[in-house]
Design a protein around this ligand. Structure first.
Ligand code: NAD
Length: 290
């Protein structure tokens, strides 16, 4: 297939590289990042998109996505698919999809989970919103870049799945960390805490697979000085998107709201920027109640 990848940062570059490895013809564009080997570097987003069957965008936020979409949609040929893999607000995803559809294009919002490791290894999970036809067109590319692609529903459903998942993740990580810090103060050994909780009703992915306590459970960023992994500021971005969506939809999300507030102070005032999101544990350890 002829594919364009716009946004060649930490995620977009390895995704484009995997498409090249699988034999696709890939044009790329980024304002600053270089093109990976095998990707034909275009001079603009529109130039990269011209002639492409699928245009993949992997950009920082919804405002940038809207600007790039306005540029590439007129350059794309009817029947081509605009597939945004960035994590953005549901409203931007739906606005861009409407614009693409009106221009006779297919459109998907297909954010990912799996991080830079998954993008490099080609093991991402894609959660997609959009039409059956658009999903079917892009599916062979999802199979190259990832290990699983779920068609979640119409436009915006992929972003909805992503922010709901990550709201659960943020809330659960905080609950796991505060429970470890409480256990410490009660004189309970961390290994015993893990042995009980990981096989009891408090178990979760954050406890069992990504334990925030160093030296406990399978290897995780806690065992590597809390280097990300999944950075606290990216968790904050996703929690903010969940609260923006909850506002717009009039949904009551008190735990998500509190998680967003805790990650805001962690990232902006408590040294959390650049740390893994599980570094909430040393934050709780260092604090008392007041
Ligand atoms: P990044 O900042 O490394 O890459 C974004 C790239 O977009 C940059 O290279 C930037 O120069 C480029 N860009 C910005 N404006 C542009 C424009 N107008 N035209 C062309 N290029 C432009 O970010 P990333 O880590 O690759 O993340 C990309 C997206 O994926 C984000 O939405 C993020 O939330 C999401 N995501 C990231 C991870 C992760 O672990 N990094 C995991 C899941 C989802």
């Amino acid at each position: 297939m002829k594919v364009a990848v716009i946004g060649l940062g930490n995620m977009g570059a390895p995704m484009a590289a995997n498409l090249v490895k699988a034999g696709h013809q890939v044009a790329g564009f980024d304002l600053v990042a270089p093109c990976p080997a095998g990707v034909t570097c275009a001079t603009s987003a529109a130039a990269a998109a011209t002639g492409a069957d699928v245009v993949i965008t992997m950009l920082p936020n919804g405002a940038i996505l809207r600007a790039v979409a306005a540029e590439v949609i007129p350059a794309m040929h009817p029947g081509a698919v605009l597939c945004d893999c960035s994590t953005v607000d549901v409203e931007s995803a739906r606005a861009v999809a409407a614009q693409a559809t009106a221009a006779g294009l297919g459109a998907l919002d297909a954010p990912v989970s799996g991080g830079v490791g998954g993008a490099t290894a080609g093991t991402l999970t894609f959660m997609a919103g959009g039409s059956e036809e658009a999903f079917a067109t892009v599916k062979p590319l999802f199979e190259v870049m990832g290990q699983k692609a779920v068609h979640c529903g119409g436009a915006g459903a992929g972003q909805a799945a992503k922010i709901c998942n990550n709201m659960i993740l943020g809330v659960t990580m905080i609950a796991t960390c505060e429970a470890f810090a409480l256990a410490d103060k009660l004189g309970l050994e961390r290994q015993k805490m893990f042995d009980v909780v990981s096989t009891s009703s408090g178990y979760s992915w954050t406890m069992n697979a990504y334990c925030p306590a160093p030296g406990i459970g399978p290897k995780s960023p806690a065992d590597n000085g809390y280097k990300p992994g999944f950075a606290a500021e990216l968790m904050l971005k996703d929690l903010r998107l969940s609260q923006q969506a909850a506002e717009a939809a009039d949904a009551d999300t008190p735990m998500g709201k509190l998680a967003a507030a805790l990650y805001t102070s962690f990232v902006e005032q408590e040294g959390g920027r650049g740390m893994d999101f599980s570094a909430m544990l040393p934050r709780f350890e260092a604090r008392g109640r007041g």
